[in-house]
Design a protein around this ligand. Sequence first.
Ligand code: ADP
Length: 203
Amino acid sequence: MSEPKSKNIHWHGANITQEERQEALDARGCVVWFTGLSGSGKSTISRRVEQLLLERGKFVYSLDGDNVRFGLNKDLGFSPEDRTENIRRIGEVAKLFADACCVTTTAFISPYRQDRDQVRAIMAEGSFIEVFVDTPLEVCEERDPKGLYKKARRGEIPEFTGISAPYEAPEAAELVLKTAGRSVDECALEVIEHLQQAGFITG
Ligand code: ADP
């Protein structure tokens, strides 16, 4: 991991421990990192998980693919370097949310294994939950919710993941979600069940 540019900076810890924070808020944070092809279902499932957990009064927030490109990452494109920087920044933001005891779901293609592993590396042990939204390219292309595959096939989108840019599937994801032929709710509930088993959601 690269060193900060500034030299005279010091890390300030909180006045309370992470355990005390969790106890005070009765919540444990983590990052639920959805990865998969465009149209695989990351956003849809991430939003549904967020909704279902909010309905149960849980502290949860969904960081979404396109949305951060309007603000935090508006200076980044889709070249390999920019994709890496995109994921690095999102990882840092997600880590802060998780430290604040929020169940943080993220929905980014994040095609490079190394970029995802870098995010895993900055997170507290066990609090990075990689969810591979394992939907075959043919199914994603058939869904084509934003018409992007059609454009990509016409050569109108350079460096489109799955068509003209690579996607590196996780080798040891905490959860592999098959979505083809399944409902959104089925998939969202599978994620919530995993979070319950891992102790991030109680009750
Ligand atoms: P991504 O965020 O991965 O690009 P989206 O969530 O935007 O994908 O789009 C997924 C599309 O697939 C949506 O139109 C959604 O309604 C549809 N879909 C069908 N079945 C499922 C499922 N089981 N899980 C998630 N999405 C599904």
